[in-house]
Design a protein around this ligand. Structure first.
Ligand code: CA2
Length: 162
């Protein structure tokens, strides 16, 4: 039993959906001073290896299209234990992604490569973070790995489904 009498299950067999928002497909090709030199493929590989070491699995998906991200969030219900999402620019604009996170019933962790709170004021507001368990930002690609661990730690403390 975990704290407060909740059952604790390990990360084994957990399925985590990783979503990357618009322009993140360009990582490693431009603006390395802000976003570093890792490519999205590097990040996805590191996530898959980290998940594998924990006996869990990730599925990674990137889209520049808001509706495709909404579709993937909706389809996570009943198929994934948690979502790790970097909504990129949609963080600051998307009521649709916020509503999808609300509706899907799957716990989500928001991650950002950069420290959005130390950048332009328009990046300080996240429409999506309030529908997530929490937000991790400013650690470069490690934000995703920290997000994966946060998501696994969170679901381990949820009661198992009936
Ligand atoms: O820091 C993050 O992870 C962001 O989500 C990245 C978004 C930005 O709009 C958010 O405010 C913070 C931008 C992703 C664009 O990625 C690029 C990568 C390489 C070159 C150009 C853009």
């Amino acid at each position: 039993m975990g704290g407060r009498g909740r059952p604790v299950r390990g990360p084994e067999g957990r399925r985590i959906l990783v979503l990357h928002g618009p322009n993140l497909n360009l990582l490693g090709q431009r603006d390395p001073s802000i976003y570093g030199s890792s490519t999205l493929a590097d990040i996805d590989r590191a996530l898959a290896e980290a998940a594998d070491r924990r006996g869990a699995a990730v599925e990674c998906f990137q889209s520049n299209i808001e509706g495709e991200l909404v579709d993937r969030i909706q389809s996570a219900t009943g198929t994934f234990d948690a979502i790790v999402i970097n909504p990129a620019a949609y963080t600051h604009t998307s009521v649709a992604i916020r509503d999808a996170l609300d509706a899907c019933g799957v716990p989500a962790v928001e991650v950002h490569l950069s420290n959005v709170h130390a950048r332009e004021p328009f990046r300080h507001t996240s429409l999506t973070a309030a529908r997530c368990v929490g937000q991790i930002c400013g650690f470069g690609p490690n934000s995703y790995l920290l997000g994966l661990d946060a998501a696994l730690a969170h679901v381990e403390r949820l009661p198992p489904p009936h």
